[in-house]
Design a protein around this ligand. Structure first.
Ligand code: GCO
Ligand code: MG
Length: 427
């Protein structure tokens, strides 16, 4: 009897000296809001940046990186992005979750930045090249009453936005998610910091029935004022139960929304079946998701139209690209999360990926404050309603240590909500 020779184990070749990760630093700064950044330096001094910001829980990710990831990175091959992702994901044993996946995202993004700088190309070229000239972006209009909201929409149109998210106050509810607390006429804007900095989360109130009575009329007014063509979006911010979400989707159909976002908390993916049976308003979900498994039922059963994940909270460019590719099988498009709690590094990564993907849909844009942009200098542009990541090698973002040092970490929680009888509700 002859025995078949078995393959000997084969190791990947040792990294070239210049590609070895020589240092990985965790940088925390608060230029108007907190940001956590990972900076990787290679043997020959190439630098890559990754965003690890998790709003309200920033230091947990900083510690995860500093205490448990950085010691594993030094000496590894910076070129092996997929292998490093799989190593960090699987060797932790405890998988998924926002802290773990933001930490993995930062490593992954920094390594893509390094690889693209090494290649001398903007990252989107490595991801397959541009699929379009620019990325349609939507901005955030809001108002404490209808005239203020219409002003805010006009201001966004003047700033060049060609798609607008509409959020409104609700009679009988004191503070509503997404509504700027200062009038826009006096320069108030929602963009910079939705969280009110405080040592405990600020309590807000909520009443779903009042909201459902009010919102369709607001969209009717906005549609009448700005005509049929302007893409209008709305964020339900996880507030409704499935049957309530179904009702809102149906009530908004005459106003032809681009999407209704987070109409119900989506931990229970099957809830979206009920919503979908009742409305043709397009649905967007996923900003709080952190892996492909969170989307499994939503994609396979075609229960949503847009994937809302971000590079920062979904495990990096590597993981979000796979989710987008899975979505493409079902003609589902992307609408990546882009609030200011994603740093300019995380935003740049989203822009490179969005530019390259065929099934890009729209990109959220909350402009970062001037102070934030002094720390993170970015090559991205916004013109004629379109974003572009620029053509510098890598992500096109540099980190100014001196500017960052002037803004130490400040504790800041997101608000939370209670119903009028005192019950804690989804914020
Ligand atoms: C959005 C989001 C954000 C979140 C914020 C929480 O659609 O932009 O809902 O505004 O509230 O990211 O940290
Ligand atoms: Mg949202």
């Amino acid at each position: 009897m002859s025995t078949t020779p078995l393959a000997e184990p084969i190791a990947a070749p040792a990294p070239h000296e210049r590609d070895t990760i020589a240092a990985a630093e965790v940088l925390v700064t608060s230029p108007d809001r907190n940001f956590v950044t990972l900076r990787i330096t290679t043997g020959d001094g190439l630098v890559g940046l990754g965003d690890a910001t998790l709003n309200g829980r920033e230091l947990a990710v900083a510690s995860y990186l500093r205490d448990h990831v950085v010691p594993l990175l030094v000496g590894r091959d910076a070129q092996r992005i997929e292998d490093t992702w799989q190593f960090l994901y699987r060797s932790a044993y405890w998988r998924r979750g926002p802290v773990t996946m933001a930490a993995i995202a930062a490593v992954d993004t920094a390594l893509w930045d390094v690889k693209a700088r090494r290649a001398g190309m903007p990252l989107y070229q490595l991801l397959g090249g541009a699929s379009r000239g620019g990325l349609l972006a939507y901005g955030h209009a809001s108002g404490r009453d209808v005239p203020e909201l219409l002003d805010s929409v006009r201001r966004h149109l003047d700033e060049g936005f060609r798609a607008i998210r509409v959020q409104t106050s609700v009679p009988g509810v004191r503070t509503v998610y997404g509504v700027a607390s200062q009038p826009t006429s006096t320069g108030g804007r929602y963009d910079y910091e939705p969280a009110q900095r405080a040592l405990v989360p600020v309590e807000e109130d909520w009443d779903t029935r009042a909201y459902l009575r009010h919102v369709p009329g607001v969209f009717e007014t906005v549609r009448n004022e700005f005509g049929p063509a302007l893409p209008l979006l709305h964020d339900g911010h996880h507030r409704m139960r499935p049957i309530e979400a179904a009702r809102l989707g149906k009530a908004l159909e005459p106003y032809d929304l681009f999407w209704l976002e987070d109409c119900t908390p989506a931990e229970n993916q099957e809830a979206l079946r009920l919503v979908r049976q009742h409305t043709t308003t397009p649905l967007a979900i996923g900003e709080v998701f952190n892996t492909a498994w969170d989307y499994q039922t939503l994609l396979r059963e075609q229960l949503i139209d847009y994937v809302r994940g971000s590079v920062t909270h979904t495990g990096g460019v590597t993981a979000l690209r796979k989710i987008a590719d899975q979505a493409a099988v079902y003609q589902i498009r992307t609408g990546f999360h882009g609030p200011t709690d994603i740093s300019p590094v995380g935003m740049a990564a989203a822009l490179h990926l969005g530019l390259a993907l065929h099934n890009f849909g729209i990109q959220e844009l909350m402009p970062h404050s001037p102070r934030t942009l002094e720390v993170f200098r970015t090559s991205s542009t916004f013109t004629g309603g379109y974003l572009h990541p620029g053509d510098e090698p890598g992500l096109g973002v540099t980190y100014d240590d001196e500017a960052a040092a002037a803004h130490p970490y400040e504790p800041a929680y997101l608000p939370y909500a209670r119903l009028h009888d005192g019950t804690v509700h989804d914020w």
